[in-house]
Design a protein around this ligand. Sequence first.
Ligand SMILES: [Zn+2]
Length: 267
Amino acid sequence: MNKEKIKVNNNSFLVIKPNTCSICKCGIDPKTINKFIYKYNDINRIIVTYQCPICDDLIFAFYEIGSDSYYETINDEILHPFRVIGNNQTKNFSDEIKEVSKRFVDIYNDTYIAEQAGCKEIIGVGYRRAFEFLIKDFAIKYNPNDAEKISNMTLSQCVNCYSPDEETKQLLLKASWIGNDFAHYKNKHKDIKLDDLKQLIMLSLGSIESYIKKKNYICNIEKSIRKYAFNQISILHLGKSNPNGFISSDGLSQVAFYKISCNIMIQ
Ligand SMILES: [Zn+2]
């Protein structure tokens, strides 16, 4: 996290600089070009203009400093940008993930934008929250009758009860434990960094996505097989039925044909 001391109207502030260029998307330590205060709805804001050392383009970061009476009495206040113009890089997720949990996608991307703005202290909590929505929405998708129960469970309980297989369960549990470290006062895993949490979330995402794709694929194949079988039986039924009786040429009664057709349809 790059901090820089700036002076505006005889007050000094420690601003957290954006760590990603909104234009070229590179990780950067931008150069400060200019800064000024303006008032919006009686709240003062500082706009700092930065220049990217990679692509030379300009980035504008907005910091809020409160009312006149507040900011004129403080010095060296640490400010995080609440907006960086153009810095709206987001992650694109597969249709399977979007369909399972839109909240996951929204929370993940809000956090991702906060990360690009340099807000490192809060993003672990954001990614952990996104992960919880993903896991619970995934569990509810395949167990809709347990929706209320799942929403009241802890994340670890949900993982223990509703993981699709043992390997995925172990992965999701690790992501849950590490995610909790970013939400609580005391860290249990001191060597674990934010990148580890992000990596575990991405691996979990891959497992869930793969499971959904397999389920959807198998479901589509089964539908296709049923449709084909039904068509074949219908053709057989129409072609071989004996207009003078109830017995087809291969010995099956028309009643039997109907039963087979119906069984295939309802399976
Ligand atoms: Zn750049």
